[in-house]
Structures are given as structure tokens and as C-alpha cells.
Write a new protein. Structure first.
Length: 337
């Protein structure tokens, strides 16, 4: 069976200008000769897999497989088989034996993304493999050795997860022999001009350029989706305006939608007036919070001419989450009333 992810044919690039990324690159180089487990942390879209690929490509295992699996994307009932493999007949539908990701990554690197979402029962099995370096397939009777460099990544605070119970403390220390924290894009704003140039240069269509006013404007944005959001922004600019020189006005339109002139929501909106506290009388906190949500959602919709995508960006929500909140709070888009 072919590995789901072979050694990356294109070298991973970690664009650096900020001190934080320069430090990460130096640490990657320092770890190149080692096979210790590494935990890469940071917000979604910040480039954790790029760091993992770079660790692999700089190591002596570079010519061997780089196998990645997203622990949050695999259904719970299939995760064990995906990671550890299974023997024929071990469960309904298992017509033939299948190698798991550990076997496929043998002599190479296994990248476990979103490790914080791994169910507790699989954490125990993963810990045992890390301790023994032996893998046993689902339904198998014999364990066999594997030589794998393990890199894990998460966007959650595993320290908090250990304290509150969902994540095993012993597994955490096994994974985090060395921890590399990748900062969010807003924390490394000095990298944005280089990243814009990088993504534009690698586009298949006529490349776009950015004026100084545009890059200054973009460097001041919150970028809640981090590098992934910036990459998608450049792709959108290239698709809609191939070969154009993007100025500040066009950058704002591409980022927030037509008709958007204000970059952020106000610091605060008026809170619902529920009157003074009365001793012994409870307040309806849910109703108060619903009113606050309604105020911010209506304000965001007004600023984006009813645009769902632009409003979701302003509010730091997923588009589907905003739609669900609008349904629950019975908020209609401007013009739909």
C-alpha cells in the first residue's frame, strides 16, 4: 500500500523576518541531527505543518517517508486502524490486512496533527508505542518494531488539557521532549510583506503586487486565520485581479468585502440596560448575553452591507457559526426584511 504522504517533493519554506521565526529556524537546524519527539504548538493556520516538514527535510530521514494524519479529521471508529493498521477480518469490512501510519512512516517521520483531539483510549496505545517502539495492528497477535521520528502539533493548550483531564500527562511529556511554539501572524507582522511576495510569486496566474500603503494596512490586521488566511487573501487577489498592483483601498475590499470602510468593530457597544442589581433577585444572564451578541452581529452586518463572510471575519467566527447564531437570535440580513 502506498503511503498517504511521501517525502514532500517541494521543500517547505519558513518565511522569516521576525525574531520569533528566525529563532524557530535556528531551533529546527539544531534539532536536525536528533530524532527526539517534538511538539509544535500554535493557533490554527500559523504554519505548524510547515515546521514539521522542515524538521523532516533537515534531518537524516529526509529521503524517507513523511506521513501526516489529522487526528481530528478521522472518525473515531477508524482512527485506531488508520494509525496502527489492522489484520484481515479484525472487524466488519476489513477484507484484507492494512498497514497503519506508523508502519508507513517506518525509518521516516510521522506527523500527528491536532494531537489534542486524540481520544483517551488511543492516547494509551500511542504512549505504549513511544515507550516500546513496537506496533501491534488491530486484531494482530504480534508486535513489530518501527523506527519513527514523531512530531505532533496542536492548537490547544495541552498543559490546560492535562490539568482538566482530557489529555494524559505522561503522554504530554513523551511528546514534548522539545516544544516549538509558532506565533500567530499578528505576532509576526514584520513577516507579512515577505509572505505576500512569497504567495504572489508562487501563483500560477499573473502575479499581483502590493503598494507600501497596502502592506502597511495588511500588517495591521488581526489575521485570525493566520498564514492560511493570508495565503487565501493573495489567492483571491490573484484570481480577481491578476497582474494588478493592489493598493490600500483594494486590499480592504478584498479582505472585508465591498463597501467596507472601517477596519474593526468599535471597542464597545452599549450594553443592554437591565436596571440596577436588586438584592436576592437573579438576572437573566442568557438574555443579556443574547442582546450583546445581537448588537455586535447587527453592527457587523451593517458595516459589511449584509455580507456574511465579511461579518464573520469582523466577529472572529466561522461563517457557519455566524449563520447559526443569526438563526437562533432571529437576525435577518439587511435587505432581507
Amino acid at each position: 500500500m502506498k503511503a498517504p504522504a511521501s517525502p514532500p517533493t517541494k521543500l517547505a519554506e519558513l518565511i522569516e523576518a521576525s525574531p520569533a521565526i528566525v529563532k524557530i529556524r535556528a531551533l529546527v537546524d539544531q534539532l536536525a541531527a536528533s530524532s527526539v519527539s517534538v511538539l509544535v504548538t500554535g493557533p490554527s493556520g500559523s504554519g505548524k505543518e510547515v515546521v514539521a516538514q522542515l524538521l523532516h527535510q533537515r534531518s537524516s530521514r529526509a529521503a524517507k517517508p513523511f506521513v501526516a494524519i489529522n487526528c481530528a479529521a478521522i472518525p473515531r471508529d477508524l482512527l485506531e486502524s488508520e494509525i496502527f493498521g489492522h489484520e484481515a477480518g479484525s472487524f466488519t469490512g476489513a477484507a484484507k490486512a492494512r498497514r497503519g501510519r506508523f508502519e508507513l512512516a517506518d525509518t521516516g517521520t510521522l506527523f500527528l496533527d491536532e494531537i489534542g483531539d486524540m481520544p483517551a483510549e488511543f492516547q494509551v496505545k500511542l504512549l505504549r508505542i513511544l515507550e516500546t517502539r513496537l506496533v501491534e495492528r488491530v486484531g494482530g497477535m504480534l508486535a513489530f518494531p518501527v523506527d519513527v521520528r514523531l512530531i505532533a502539533a496542536t492548537n490547544v493548550d495541552l498543559g490546560d488539557a492535562v490539568a482538566s483531564g482530557p489529555f494524559r500527562e505522561d503522554l504530554f511529556y513523551r511528546l514534548a521532549v522539545v516544544e516549538i511554539r509558532v506565533p500567530g501572524l499578528a505576532e509576526r507582522a514584520s513577516d507579512i510583506p515577505l509572505l505576500l511576495e512569497h504567495f504572489a510569486r508562487n501563483s500560477e496566474r499573473p502575479r499581483v503586487g502590493f503598494t507600501t500603503s497596502a502592506t502597511d494596512y495588511l500588517a495591521g490586521q488581526p489575521w485570525r486565520g493566520n498564514v492560511r488566511e493570508l495565503r487565501n487573501f493573495v489567492a483571491r487577489a490573484t484570481a480577481l485581479h491578476p497582474g494588478a498592483l493592489v493598493d490600500r483601498s483594494l486590499a480592504a475590499t478584498l479582505l472585508h468585502g465591498e463597501g467596507h470602510t472601517l477596519d474593526v468593530l468599535p471597542v464597545s457597544l452599549p450594553l443592554p440596560d437591565r436596571g440596577p442589581w436588586r438584592d436576592g433577585e437573579p438576572i437573566d444572564l442568557k438574555a443579556v448575553l443574547d442582546e450583546v451578541e445581537q448588537a455586535y452581529i447587527r453592527d457587523a452586518l451593517g458595516r459589511t452591507a449584509g455580507g456574511i463572510a465579511g461579518s464573520a471575519r469582523l466577529l472572529g467566527l466561522r461563517r457557519t457559526t455566524l449563520i447559526e447564531k443569526m438563526r437562533r437570535l432571529q437576525i435577518e440580513r439587511p435587505g432581507d426584511c
